[in-house]
Design a protein around this ligand. Structure first.
Ligand SMILES: Cc1cc2nc3c(=O)[nH]c(=O)nc-3n(C[C@H](O)[C@H](O)[C@H](O)COP(=O)(O)OP(=O)(O)OC[C@H]3O[C@@H](n4cnc5c(N)ncnc54)[C@H](O)[C@@H]3O)c2cc1C
Length: 483
């Protein structure tokens, strides 16, 4: 996958997608697979926004049943089944224990009823029906979780994904299907003619070059940054998204084999404790974020909240900052709804079109990305009125890159691959997203020098450039570990 700057400058696209998160990558892929001429630009790196900071679940969202949002859960469960079938190398079933304690906001009856409804909504494509658990059965399955005041629980299944790789594979697959794709290209303005958008002004952040990209339809898939693009269209426009921050702690492996879903004592929200590649993920928080979408890190309060709640779940473990490996934080691009707590805002998506033709994707969950992309492309193609476009095939064909799922431990080869075929052009791209070393116990710092040397050879970096790349990576790791 090469950065197609020359094509971006010279061609006239049917659809130009701004934002290389899961939604933008999937929209470009779907459009190209249907025969449309598509372009995709990302200002930083694929999956550098919310799509690389998730709880890594492809799930119906059992908690949305409490909000009686059966439509969202039904749709997400249907998508879960499609993704499990079409992307089996990146998504697999995972067992959850949902325990109920005396005094919990969710009684045993309530969680058992919820799990029953969850199964019904999943229908024939369910992974496996839930099992009600007596108190002793919960303890038998997970002997280290708190047993005091435990009433019982349920065992159910959902999907676990590699969020970063799934997003990257959608970008690669979009490219293979014909999309012009480039990371490190930022949209900085919209071009209009007679009040209609006919393209964008962009900046190549690697070379500093200004670009003009022309397209019949421009799609704003910039997640938590959406309001900035909307304001380029109409400076006095009302914000369309309400960004809320979600934090995860990457903790040393705790003694559990399944994922655990618990009610936090502090605010009664659900939170997860999940096994992930030899460590434990703990998350998440949900708080409004008024600052820059480019600077999102866990605060001391976020960390304390998650550690305290985890201590309750594992009373015999000593849970404190010493066990923390790192943190990561992302912004949910929720639909702009005021007057209710962030965790009560619906996770449904909407697609908005402005008077000048800008199509913006708002809200949504990672799980429903495929369906969202299909809806956006349907809408764009119906505007283009060209009968030659093909039907959507993403229900049957998932993204797969030639490198997916490979276990390749030769660092030199891995890099070569990341630079040549996966558009990695900074050490952070490589270590955080191509190799995913940033969530391992060493944070990748033990391989930093070696990675810097190898990547520098491929990209002809000067000594000073290599040092600067290494400094930037260390700084990012410091921000994630000093909370
Ligand atoms: C903490 C957390 C946990 C979550 N867990 C789950 C989960 O387990 N399961 C689930 O289904 N959902 C989950 N979600 C929701 C899910 O992550 C999001 O709905 C989804 O990733 C949004 O994808 P996106 O492509 O719209 O946005 P993003 O991934 O944020 O992508 C937007 C991209 O646009 C780029 N961009 C911005 N401005 C410009 C510009 N001017 N020019 C070019 N590019 C630009 C950004 O750099 C960014 O990469 C979670 C969200 C959070 C925050």
């Amino acid at each position: 996958m090469e950065r197609n700057i020359a094509r971006l400058k010279s061609e006239y696209f049917d659809i130009l997608v701004i934002g290389g998160g899961i939604n933008g990558c999937a929209i470009a892929r779907d459009a190209s697979l249907r025969g449309a001429k598509a372009a995709l630009i990302e200002k930083d790196d694929f999956a550098s926004g919310a799509s690389g900071k998730t709880t890594k679940l492809i799930h119906g969202g059992i908690r949305y049943l409490e909000q009686f949002n059966f439509k969202l859960v039904y749709e997400a469960l249907r998508e879960r089944a499609i993704i499990l079938k079409t992307v089996p190398h990146l998504v697999h079933p995972i067992e959850f224990i949902l325990p109920a304690y005396k005094g919990d906001p969710r009684t045993l009856l309530k969680i058992r009823t919820g799990a029953f409804i969850y199964d019904q909504l999943a229908g024939r494509d369910n992974i496996r029906c839930h099992r009600p658990l007596k108190r002793d059965e919960v303890i038998l399955l997970e002997e280290n979780i708190g047993s005091r005041n435990l009433k019982g629980g349920v065992l159910y299944c959902d999907g676990q994904m590699d969020d970063i790789r799934l997003c990257l594979d959608n970008a690669i697959s979009a490219y293979q299907a014909g999309s012009s794709v480039a990371n490190k290209v930022k949209a900085i303005g919209l071009i209009k003619e007679k009040g209609r958008i006919i393209g964008i002004e962009a900046k190549d952040r690697l070379t500093g070059e200004d670009l003009t990209i022309r397209a019949k339809v421009v799609v704003n898939a910039t997640g938590a940054w959406s309001n900035q693009i909307v304001k380029m269209d109409k400076p006095d426009a009302t914000p369309i998204t309400r960004p809320t921050k979600g934090v995860h702690i990457v903790y040393r492996k705790l003694p559990h084999t399944r994922a655990i879903l618990l009610s936090a004592h502090k605010d009664k929200r659900f939170f997860f404790i999940i096994p992930w590649r030899g460590v434990t993920l703990i998350g998440t928080t949900d708080t409004d974020h008024a600052g820059s979408a480019d600077e999102v890190y866990a605060s001391g309060d976020d960390v304390e909240y998650l550690l305290e709640e985890t201590q309750r779940a594992f009373p015999h473990e000593h849970i404190d900052r010493a066990g923390m490996i790192t943190t990561y934080a992302g912004l949910r691009p929720l639909v702009n709804t005021q007057g209710i707590a962030p965790w009560h805002v619906s996770r449904e998506h909407t697609i908005k079109e402005s008077a000048s033709g800008l199509i913006s994707v708002v809200g949504g969950k990672y799980t429903t990305y495929r369906h969202l992309a299909e809806e956006v492309v349907d809408m764009v193609l119906s505007k283009l009125r060209d009968k030659n476009f093909k039907r959507c095939v993403t229900q049957k064909i998932g993204p797969s890159s030639p490198v997916s799922g490979e276990e390749d431990l030769d660092l030199h080869k891995c890099i070569e691959r990341a630079v040549k075929y996966e558009m990695a052009n900074s050490l952070t791209d490589l270590l955080v997203r191509r190799l995913q070393f940033a969530t391992t116990p060493s944070l990748g710092l033990d391989r930093l020098e070696e990675c810097g040397r190898i990547m520098g050879e491929f990209l002809n970096w000067s000594g000073a450039q290599k040092e600067s790349e290494m400094r930037l990576y260390k700084e990012e790791m410091r921000k994630n570990t000093t909370n």
